[in-house]
Design a protein around this ligand. Structure first.
Ligand code: NAD
Length: 306
């Protein structure tokens, strides 16, 4: 017979800041896993949606983090993470001994600076960016790339498992570096796939047949496996991951390579093409629109390709 009177360690209280395409389903998973979640987002609509799922919400970031053991951030960029963590009211509300988990795709150099700064107040920063898109966030099947001290990462194990599969990549910033490099590869594959499919189609190949056969061949990637069949070929271009965010990640990876003295001519070229697409398309464009932009053939593409 099991001893039902045995003490069980209580789940940590969680503040969740950033309830957008990813943060909304991720925070709901934590609520369903039994965590006491207090959410905050600038958007009233996003706060109301989380409240409807059974969480508490706060009117300010400081209000959300007050008394929380763990503060999860799922924000657009390092600039936003820095401004949220730089808010004096929020900093004063952060409890000594608490852990901030930045699950956004942030710049690893900024993450290292923030970690050192937070440490002065007895707060530990762990970076835990994710891959797997909105579907992965909904299903709890995200890949979570974690950077931080081993003991801090260990303490977060159950919480992260509620959202996906976590693996420690190294010390603080390592998760963010890996995520940026992953997205640079992913964006480069997607653009290369679009160019290849366009050429094949002009030759007379059926794009769906091409993608199917490539998926059992050596040209296979996340773009042929997931993005083309689900978001490009059906014509929806609706993955839920913005082009602006993808270009931000590519710039982080390229900046990192530059800072480390790694020549990256292919990455430079890919970033230039994506930046051109970003300029040509509406601000809200999904990142998979890079394929439609390629199919449509931008009038002055030669300016980009040199
Ligand atoms: P999003 O734009 O949908 O959501 C960001 C949310 O942050 C918005 O709801 C916005 O209102 C909120 N926000 C902005 N500034 C704020 C502030 N100062 N205080 C509180 N809330 C604020 O973005 P997303 O697609 O959810 O992406 C979030 C992060 O995850 C990004 O870093 C992105 O690169 C990364 N990411 C996204 C995906 C994806 O498929 N969408 C996949 C992996 C990683």
């Amino acid at each position: 017979m099991s001893d039902s009177s045995a003490p069980r360690s209580p789940l940590p209280s969680v503040a969740f800041v950033g309830l957008g395409n990813m943060g909304a389903p991720m925070s709901v998973r934590l609520v369903r896993a039994g965590y006491a979640v207090t959410g905050f987002d600038l958007s009233q609509e996003a706060r109301a949606a989380l409240a409807a799922a059974g969480a508490r919400t706060a009117e300010t970031g400081a209000g959300a983090v007050r008394g929380a053991d763990v503060v999860v951030l799922m924000l657009p960029s390092s600039a936003v993470v820095e401004s949220v963590l730089g808010d004096p009211a929020l900093r004063a509300a952060l409890a000594e001994g608490s852990t901030v988990v930045d699950m956004s795709s942030s710049d690893p150099m900024s993450t290292r600076r923030l970690a050192a700064d937070l440490e002065t107040g007895g707060v530990t920063l762990v970076d835990a960016p994710v891959s797997g898109g909105v579907k992965g966030a909904e299903n709890g099947t995200l890949t979570i790339m974690v950077g931080g001290a081993e003991d801090a990462v260990e303490r977060l194990s159950a919480l992260l498992t509620a959202m996906g599969t976590a693996r420690r990549a190294g010390s603080v910033g390592a998760g963010h570096a890996l995520k940026a490099i992953n997205n640079l590869l992913s964006a480069t594959h997607l653009l290369a796939t679009a160019e290849g499919v366009l050429a094949g189609e002009r030759f007379g190949l059926d794009p769906a047949v091409m993608v199917e056969l490539i998926n059992t061949s050596s040209g296979r990637s996340g773009s042929t496996d997931n993005k083309f069949p689900n978001f490009v070929l059906p014509g929806g271009y609706d993955s839920g991951f913005g082009m602006k965010l993808m270009v931000k990640d590519m710039r982080i990876a390229l900046g990192l390579a530059r800072e480390l003295g790694v020549a990256s001519p292919l990455a430079q070229h890919a970033v230039a093409l994506w930046e051109r697409a970003l300029k040509d398309l509406p601000d809200t464009a999904d990142h998979t629109e890079i394929a439609r932009w390629t199919f449509d053939g931008p009038a002055d593409r030669e300016l980009v390709t040199g």
